[in-house]
Design a protein around this ligand. Structure first.
Ligand code: ADE
Length: 231
């Protein structure tokens, strides 16, 4: 690893990282800000993409193709599906899918388009480091499937559809698009999330209440993982 990309979707998701890594060189590109820092000799580029799959794809490919990042870590919040996941709990995606990608009219499964795959795996060696860090620090984290779509899910019906169709443990709005970009460009990556809500009625209220604290849980753990990756 020579240059690390750390991405979030919202300002709140990267704010704790910027606070931790300190003085950054800011570059504006494609209507977004990229923060470059150096940490114990490692070059890191930090950015939040704005919400949704399109902005996340743009930011991930910019970090890789323009800034030359060769590893990408995503940190942020998600809606919990797996009942074991409570607000604040951490999940690392072992695979991701797009729950709103739908050409089932042509006989294809949900989440599939020709040339792609329903599920994209994250990089096992990065996940292994994350689990090692969790074990060393007594941090509780699960590995599971994260479903991504351009929707803030706040209904039991939609949540159940995503659970049943993809066997997903959590859902959010960027991870799978970042996964497709990194996988296509052969860039090792993972997606880490902390639960902000449970994606049913009241999810909007919980999200507003827990966005900051859950984003910080995810960012704090991510910093520990970065420190381990450097050793
Ligand atoms: N990110 C956090 N909570 C979410 C939800 N309920 N739906 C989509 N993305 C989310």
């Amino acid at each position: 690893m020579t240059k690390l990309a750390i991405m979030g979707a919202m300002e709140e998701e990267i704010e704790p990282l910027l606070a931790h890594f300190g003085e950054a060189k800011v570059t504006v590109y494609a209507d977004n800000k990229y923060y470059e820092v150096s940490h114990n000799g490692l070059d890191i580029v930090i950015a939040y993409s704005k919400i949704g799959k399109v902005f996340a794809s743009l930011t991930a490919s910019t970090m890789i193709q323009k800034f030359g990042c060769d590893t990408l870590l995503f940190s942020g919040v998600a809606g919990g599906i797996n009942p074991e996941l409570k607000i604040g709990d951490l999940i690392i995606a072992d695979k991701l899918c797009q729950h709103d990608l739908d050409i089932t009219a042509f006989g294809h499964p949900h989440g599939y388009v020709p040339g792609g795959s329903v599920l994209v795996d994250t990089t096992k060696s990065l996940r292994d480091v994350a689990i090692e860090v969790a074990n060393e620090n007594g941090i509780k984290v699960i590995e599971g499937t994260i479903a991504t779509g351009d929707q803030f899910v706040h209904s039991p019906e939609r949540k159940e559809f995503i659970q049943k169709t993809f066997n997903a443990d959590a859902l959010e709005m960027e991870g799978a698009s970042v996964a497709v970009v990194c996988d296509s460009l052969n860039i090792p990556f993972f997606v880490l999330r902390a639960i902000s809500d449970t994606a049913d009625g009241g999810a909007d209220i919980d999200f507003d209440e827990f966005l900051k604290s859950s984003a910080k849980n995810s960012a704090d753990y991510l910093v520990k993982i970065v420190n381990k990756l450097q050793k």
